[in-house]
Design a protein around this ligand. Structure first.
Ligand SMILES: Nc1nc2c(ncn2[C@@H]2O[C@H](COP(=O)(O)OP(=O)(O)OP(=O)(O)O)[C@@H](O)[C@H]2O)c(=O)[nH]1
Ligand SMILES: C[C@H](OP(=O)(O)O)C(=O)O
Length: 198
């Protein structure tokens, strides 16, 4: 999971009375907590340069932090994480965006179960244009092309679009206040709720 330093993250997320960096970090922490609670996940690896996030995540079990180093941008950060844990592709790997504050472990498990039967997989975001999860099976070289309109790019890289319900919490990434409202309707994680109600 790539996580941008909170001071620079979620530039489009304006919520009255809430510090954007605190909200961005809480969203990332809720996403991390859900991923670590997923039965099909052996290890969650976070690639970040955000030291505060690393400290606050100390209460979440079994996380591994990889420094971002010289890598620049989302795909480079993911590639750094993959290289740190499994450069030869000896196990199935997945990149999960860190801005899914409603994520439920079972929704991630459903996608990973489906991913087991394809060489590469992708989960579309709720709008149907971006991506929230990209997977690669054992022995398949890692590649990702996140960013605006990434779903089509991932499909052209050979990722099968996984069949995940529209309302799955795995599809609800949050960049704007409108998307945060949509996430709230699915049920936000406790850290995000705490920041919003402080
Ligand atoms: N480590 C790392 N993570 C990134 C980087 N860019 C984006 N991410 C993470 O990738 C996920 C999706 O990020 P975006 O929605 O594209 O970026 P954002 O900064 O959160 O939001 P915007 O300001 O709206 O672009 C989030 O978990 C981000 O924290 C990066 O350069 N490095
Ligand atoms: C990263 C990007 O999503 P965003 O969060 O920028 O909408 C994507 O869909 O690949």
């Amino acid at each position: 999971m790539p996580v941008k330093p909170s001071a620079r993250a979620k530039s489009r997320l304006e919520v009255d009375g809430v510090a954007r960096a605190d909200l961005a970090r809480a969203i990332a922490l809720d996403t991390l907590a859900a991923a670590t609670a997923c039965d099909l996940v052996a290890q969650v690896v976070v690639v970040t340069a955000d030291g505060v996030l690393a400290r606050e995540a100390a209460t979440i079990p079994a996380l591994r932090f990889v420094p971002e180093g010289e890598a620049r941008g989302l795909d480079a950060a993911i590639a750094t994480g993959i290289a740190a844990i499994d450069p030869a592709g000896r196990m199935p790997r997945a990149a999960l965006l860190g801005d899914l504050p409603s994520l439920r472990p079972d929704d991630l498990a459903e996608a990973l179960r489906q991913a087991n039967s394809v060489p590469r997989g992708v989960v579309a975001d709720a709008e149907g244009t971006g991506s929230t999860l990209v997977t690669a099976a054992t022995g398949v070289e890692w590649t990702s092309a996140f960013g605006d309109g990434s779903l089509a790019r991932h499909v052209s890289l050979g990722c099968a679009a996984l069949s995940i319900p529209d309302a799955s919490t795995l599809r609800r990434d949050v960049d704007t206040a409108v998307q945060l409202d949509a996430a709230r309707a699915l049920g936000l994680g406790p850290r995000t709720v705490a920041v919003l109600s402080a």
